[in-house]
Design a binder for this molecule. Sequence first.
Ligand code: UT7
Length: 330
Amino acid sequence: MSTIRAAITAVGHWVPEKILSNHDLEKMMDTNDEWIRTRTGIRERRILEKGATSDLGAGAVQDMLRKRGMSAEEIEVLIVATVTPDMFFPATACMIQEKIGAKHAWGFDFSAACSGFVFALTVGSQLIESGTYKKVVVVGADKMSAITDYTDRNTCILFGDAGAAVLLEPSSDPSLGIIDHRLYCDGSGGRYLNMLGGGSLNPPTHETVDKKMHFIYQDGKAVFKVAVIGMAEVSYEIMKRNNLTGKDVDWLVPHQANLRIIDACAERMELDKSKVMMNIDRYGNTTAATIPLCLSEWQLSGKLKKGHHCVLSSFGAGYTWGAVYLKWAY
Ligand code: UT7
């Protein structure tokens, strides 16, 4: 058993300036602010007009490095959770590595959709706990606007663009840091949330473009039904495994897909709403970025404090879902 515990020792984020509000969407299609707010909790989202996912990720890592007072050259591993890589290959991790000048880092992309950050954080923490690495950066970044059909009101109201990043290091206090994780996937859910075109199954052709196969497809109702149970149950499971009650947990840090899913999760955990990190109203669903974006904002505001018990929890395409329990380390 490893005696090293991995801890998040810095966090940062970067979001584009352009705001796409519900009222803007009202002018583009048959939808309305009231429907979007009550069904999802979203008021507005950010849109990256120029650039790619690597720009969101690079901005986030630079913000994190500045806050930590650390040089990019100290980074050893760079893991990028995303479903909107700049291109199939090279990996977006390589693009970010070059943009920030992380000369001594190797890295790779991680594809687990909305659970990407929770999965990648778990992998990153194992690299620290193995004793092999001392500075691993985990990025969650997605330019969802690149794969969103702005004529499809079922999906385009949901998504936004953002990047956020955390630094993992060996914890100087072994009682703090990443304590437990529980991860799942179920490939039978793939048909309900996907992007069918562009890969080896449906390589790009005029037909795949005409059929809009390069955009996100979601059967919202089907996904909602399993997400609302999946996220709540895995959060409850990780609490029980660690002998925690709702009173012990300081923060639920949920993936921001839908306010109603987050509320159900908090209810299952018997958690007061004041202990739930929520910024879905301002950013919508930014896929792999939602959880580290919450951590970064709450850390910056001073509300997230050393020793706080946090449950990070997600559900997304795959299906993939999972939770991480950690004690905030700085
Ligand atoms: O992050 C990855 C995981 N994803 C999720 O967790 C998302 C899970 N799903 C959801 O969050 C919800 O299903 C949505 C927010 C996507 C949709 O909410 P819903 O309550 O399931 O609505 P619905 O799709 O059942 O649609 C209800 C009605 C329909 O009209 P009829 O058939 O009842 O007349 C839709 O056509 O609302 C209509 N509708 C809209 N109306 C105004 C659908 N989209 C819109 C819209 N504006 N944008």
